[in-house]
Ligand binder design. Structure first.
Ligand code: ARG
Length: 464
């Protein structure tokens, strides 16, 4: 390579370079393949920056007009697919700037005054994530509505509640679904929290130390809808804690969906047989003709691991970086984008699937009876009559053993048989031992009584 033949003007930054970049290095260091998805944010940020430059008299009004005209054309080209993305220009920022300069000349070259790609990329990423969070909140709201509709439909449907995956006490299916809903409420809160800290403007930090031009950062922040500016230029260009926080919130959201998935998979197993999922959300086996597999919840459970991985990737990406910007940070995008995509798709498919979850009350009733689910109600009944709870627990334990020996459910024991375990037992015991009685008795806020389930749904709908 003859250094004299090297057209350094081809590269934006190569004035000081004596040979072109190695092809492998070009491919290795480029990010345009994945960061082009931020093109709208990049243009929005550039236009706000240009308006500020003109307002401050740093560039001329004609330059601003040229930049606006050029950017409008670029938007059209990207939307129509005519825009040519080139590896030669490394990333989304330089690709757009190069095209702008080709279209409008010197004004395009003035756009980068008082700015660096370091504060530019941090701004784009924050704008992108803010938009993504807003979209996710809409999807999460739709998922919540689907859960509330299902809970309402099944507010009276008894099913066994489990601890240790053993039948514990009767609950309603609606109550169980409301537990899922509560998880999603906290997920929405967490996303709103992340949005607050994401919504600060890095622009103005320039490469790391700020800039000598008389810029107006507050103006740019207001133009772009940021709540304020990042207060330290070094911190502004370098930290990606907002992306880490988002991945943590996304990981928790996926953890919740994964737990729901695990339950759906179990309940669809014929040994449980509690629910059926509409056929369009299941797949068959290529060899076993009888199979109907819950692929959607299984895949959601699997994709949860992938989002956890993105969280670990971003934490690890950041931990060794000295201030300020390092190229390491280019690796922030793919994990973040994939976390956004995975959560969006998962929410969409779950929202579509939930209305197609059909319960099988008979199977759930069967499980309740076999599991002596109202044994606690009998102990509470004796305690209410004055027997110390530990003694009541003991007496009912013996009664359950007797019923098991006889192969019958508790309410099938005769009154005199029951009285042999405690003389305090009366005729009124049979309503206590019924599933309906057990459910109705838990009528405080947060309890499983159908009236409370309905009240919780009403409160949730009023909040939405
Ligand atoms: N593509 C880069 C990134 O994603 C943009 C910033 C590059 N800045 C630099 N000084 N090399 O982080």
């Amino acid at each position: 390579m003859n250094p004299d033949n090297f057209p350094s003007s081809q590269y934006t930054w190569a004035g000081n370079f004596s040979e072109p970049m190695d092809d492998l290095v070009k491919r290795y260091t480029a990010s345009v393949g994945f960061d082009q998805r931020m093109w709208r944010q990049d243009i929005r940020g550039s236009l706000a920056h240009a308006r500020m430059l003109a307002r401050q008299g740093i560039i001329a009004a004609e330059d601003l007009a040229d930049i606006q005209r050029g950017m409008a054309q670029i938007v059209g080209e990207i939307e129509s697919g005519a825009f040519v993305w080139s590896l030669d220009f490394e990333d989304v920022h330089l690709n757009i700037e190069k095209r702008l300069t080709a279209l409008v000349g010197d004004a395009g070259k003035r756009l980068h005054t008082g700015r660096s790609r370091n504060d530019q990329v941090a701004t784009d990423l924050r704008l992108y994530l803010r938009d993504a969070i807003d979209d996710l909140q809409v999807l999460l709201g739709q998922f919540q509505t689907a859960l509330l509709d299902l809970a309402e439909r099944e507010a009276d449907t008894p099913m066994p509640g489990f601890t240790h995956l053993q039948v514990a006490q009767p609950i309603t299916f609606g109550h169980h679904v409301l537990a899922w809903y509560e998880m999603t409420r906290r997920d929405a809160e967490r996303l709103a929290e992340v949005r607050k800290r994401t919504n600060r403007l890095p622009l103005g930090a320039a490469a790391l130390a700020g800039t000598t031009y008389p810029i107006d950062r507050e103006f740019v922040a207001a133009e772009l809808g940021f709540d304020g500016v990042c207060e330290n230029s070094l911190d502004a260009v370098s930290d990606r804690d907002f992306a880490v926080e988002f991945c943590a919130a996304a990981a928790l959201l996926m953890m919740h969906i994964s737990r729901m998935s695990e339950e759906l998979v179990l309940w669809m197993n014929p040994r449980f047989g509690f629910v059926k999922i509409a056929d369009r959300f299941c797949t068959g086996s290529s060899i076993m003709p009888q199979k109907k597999n819950p692929d959607v919840p299984e895949l959601a459970r699997g994709k949860t691991g992938r989002v956890y991985g993105h969280l670990a990737a971003l934490l690890t990406l950041m931990k060794g970086q000295p201030l300020a910007y390092n190229k390491d940070n280019q690796e922030d995008k793919e994990p973040l984008f994939d976390a956004v995509d995975t959560v969006s798709d998962t929410l969409r498919v779950f929202t579509a699937m939930i209305p197609g979850v059909a319960t099988r009350p008979q199977a759930m009733g069967e499980a309740l009876r076999q599991g002596f689910a109202t044994a606690t109600d009998l102990a509470d009944y004796l305690a209410r009559k004055g027997l110390p709870f530990r003694d009541a627990h003991q007496a009912v334990g013996l009664a359950v053993r007797r019923a098991e020996d006889l192969g019958v459910e508790l309410p099938r024991l005769s009154l005199s048989e029951l009285q042999s375990f405690s003389p305090m037992i009366d005729e009124d015991v049979f309503s206590v031992l019924s599933v309906e009685g057990s459910l109705a008795a838990r009528k405080h806020v947060g309890g499983t009584a159908p009236e409370q389930v309905r009240a919780a749904i009403a409160r949730a709908r009023a909040r939405a």
